[in-house]
Design a protein around this ligand. Sequence first.
Ligand code: TNX
Length: 477
Amino acid sequence: MGPAVIPKPVSLTPGSGAFVVRASSTVSVTPSNPDTRRVAAALASVLGTKVVRGPAPVTVELAGPAQLGDEGYELTVAPGSIRLVANRPAGLFHGVQTLRQLLPVRGPRRIPAVRIRDRPRFGWRGAMLDVARHFRSVRDVKRFVDLMALYKLNRLHLHLSDDQGWRIAITGWPRLATHGGSTQVGGGTGGYYTQAQYEDIVRYAAARYVTVVPEIDMPGHVHAALSSYPKLACDGKPSQLYTGIDVGFSSLCIDKAVTYEFVSDVVGELARLTPGPWIHIGGDEAMATKTADYVRFVGRVQAIVAEHGKVMIGWEEIGRARLRRGTLVQHWNLDPAKSAVSARAVQQGAKVIMSPADHAYLDMKYDASTSLGLRWAGYTSVQDAYAWDPVRQVAGVGASDVLGVEAPLWSETVQSNRDAEYLAFPRLIGIAEIGWSPARGRSWADYRQRLGAQAPLLDSLGVNFYRAPEVPWRRSS
Ligand code: TNX
C-alpha cells in the first residue's frame, strides 16, 4: 500500500526516498496574492517553517494545467523538493490537506516521495449540522469546519431552525432568536447566532474553501417560529416552546399574507449575510400541511428565493411542486415510493444532492451497542456509510443528475461536541471519499486500511472518533 491518503487521490505514484522536513524547508509562492499567501502560510505551518521570497525547496504555484479544474492539484514530493501546483487557490488548499496526511504525526519528519494528480468527482461534498435540536457554539462549528477541510469537504449546511429552536437573529423579527432560540431538545438553554457570529462562521469556512448553506425549514418544522410569533399560525394562538423530538406537527399558515412577509424578510436577511449562491428552505416532513397548500407554498417561496438572487435547495419533498430548472433537491428518504419525488424533481430540471438516510445519516447508531443516535433508518456501520455510490441510489436519478453527497448530523441525541464527533467520525471521512474519489478504484478492503492509518492524526487533533472494530486502527503511541 502507498501512502494512506483519504480521499483516495485520482492518481498516486510512489517515488523513491523521502523529503526530510527541516528548519530550512521554507516555502515560496507564485504568484503572490492574498489567497495564495494564505495557503502557502498554511503549508509552512504544517511543516513548521515559513514563507520566504525567492527560491525555496517547497514551492506553491498557481499555474496548474486546466484539467485540474477548480479544485484539483498536483503534488510532487522528491528527496530535495516539494512542488504543489493548481489552477485555483482551492486546489492549492486541498493539496496542503494531502500533505498533512503524508507527514507522519510522530517520529522522523519524512514525507515519502510521491507524485499525486488529483481532482474531485463531485463539486458538492457536504456535511450538515443540525444546530436547531441542540445548539452548537461558534467554536464547535469552526472546529467541525477544520475537520471537514482536512478531508476536502466543501459545503457546510447549517440547519438553523426547527420545531425546537430558531438559531439566527433576524432583523424585524427579534423574538425568533430571543424567544425561539431560548431552549432546545431536553429543555437546555439553547442559543442563537447573532448576525456577526453567523458572518464570522461564513468567513472562517470560506478561508478553508467551505461554502456555508443556510437552511430555514418551512412550511413544517416551524414550531419555534410559531411560538415566537403566534400570528404565523392559522389559529393565531400563543403556544409554549417544544423540547421533545417528534416531527411533522407544525405548519406555517399558507394563506395568510403575513406568512410571505415573514418568508421574504428571513430569506432576504439570509441572502444578504450569505455570499454563497444557495438558500435551503427545508420542505421535509410537512405532515401538518395539506398537499395542495404545500405545493402552492413551495411555488411562492421559490419566487422569493429567486428575487433575492439565490438558488433554492429543498429536501426531496419539494419535487411534489412545480420547480424552476436548476433547483437543487436533497434526497434522503429510503422508502422507494416516497423517494420517487427526487426523480420527479430531476424530470423538472433539478439537480440532486445525495443524502440517503441508510448510508449518509450521521445520527444513526453504528450498531446495537451505540448509545447515542437514532435507528429509524437502521444501524449504519462505518462500512455501510462508505460502500455505496451516489449515482446508483434512486431509479431515474443518474450520473448527470447528481451534484454530489452530503452527510447530515441531526442532533436530537447530540448534546456536546464530543457526541457530535463520535457520530460523525469516522463515517464522515467515508462520505468525503465518496464525494471526491473516482468510483472505480474505491473498495472497502483498501479504504479500511487507509482509514486505520488516520488514527494518529485524528488523535493528535483530539477527535473523539468511534474506533469501529472492523477497522485496523494504527496505534497512536
Ligand atoms: C428526519 S431527514 C428528518 C429530521 C430528523 C431526522 C432524524 C429529514 C429531512 N428530516 O427532521 O431530525 O429524520 O434522523
